[in-house]
Design a protein around this ligand. Structure first.
Ligand SMILES: C[S@@+](CC[C@H](N)C(=O)[O-])C[C@H]1O[C@@H](n2cnc3c(N)ncnc32)[C@H](O)[C@@H]1O
Length: 241
């Protein structure tokens, strides 16, 4: 268990949420906010998949915070080998059920207490950077650097900043976005409630592509990032020095 209470609570949240997580991704149950939103979400997921198809992340791939495996499945289309790391054994069990083959190795670990056993051709993380607290951001990118083989590629995607989503999303998204605004604790935290009724405080730092690129460039990465039509941010980075 991480001694940083912010990290520990976030780990606990995703462990408890394991069985509910895919309903968010598939826009089922309470996440189904209507056909217009559902169609726009699907289109944006297809845009992310097309991006990955262009990049073709082959070779020895490390997936950080791999979760229930919706992106492990995508990576498996290109990678020779995947190491999927996550702090929740519960989500990795679901991931294994979808993607478990001898090409995928599962590692239960808190990323802030984990060192890569080797260097990888590709380091991938989806819907993770928004959960890295500002005071662990530097440490996280040092882990990415330590995990990457010379000439290797970093790939990431996450939720788009709500300003982008509201501007470019379907009308019914604005209702959801308005609800989400109510759960602010402060700039970096949000409250989340599970079906059991338990509540957790998690980190949610939405990045804008330009800010993220500028931040990574300062850390010695050559980076590019952009948005899908409304829902997602995605990008790539390579080591400059
Ligand atoms: C929003 S989910 C994203 C999962 C997956 N990448 C996806 O796109 O569906 C965040 C994931 O981070 C994991 N996680 C949270 N804190 C972590 C930590 N300190 N170390 C490793 N994984 C962590 C959670 O268990 C969860 O699976």
């Amino acid at each position: 268990m991480d001694t940083d209470p912010v990290i520990a609570e976030q780990i606990a949240y995703y462990r408890a949420r394991a069985g509910e997580y895919d309903d968010w991704w598939e826009r089922r149950a309470e996440y189904d906010v209507g056909p217009e939103f559902g169609a726009a979400w699907k289109r944006d997921v297809a845009e992310l998949r097309a991006w990955l198809e262009r990049v073709e992340p082959s070779g020895d791939v490390l997936e950080l915070a791999a979760g229930t495996g919706n992106w492990t499945a995508e990576l498996a289309r290109y990678a020779d080998r995947i190491t999927a790391v996550d702090s929740s054994p519960e989500v990795l069990e679901i991931n294994r059920g979808k993607n478990g083959t001898e090409r995928v190795e599962y590692v239960v670990a808190d990323l802030f207490h984990w060192s890569p056993p080797r260097r990888y051709d590709v380091v991938f993380f989806s819907f993770w950077i928004s959960h890295v607290p500002s005071d662990r951001w530097d440490e996280f990118w040092r882990l990415v650097e330590a995990s990457l083989a010379p000439g290797g590629l970093v790939l990431f995607c996450d939720n788009a900043h709500p300003d982008h989503a509201r501007r470019h999303g379907p009308v019914d998204w604005r209702v959801v976005a308005a609800i989400h605004q109510l759960d602010d604790v402060d700039g970096e935290f949000r409250w989340r409630r599970l079906r059991s009724g338990s509540t957790f405080r998690i980190v949610k730092r939405y990045w804008r592509p330009d800010d993220l690129v500028a931040d990574l460039e300062e850390r010695g990465w050559r980076a590019q990032a952009g948005h899908t039509t409304f829902a997602f941010l995605y990008g790539e980075a390579t080591r400059r020095r």
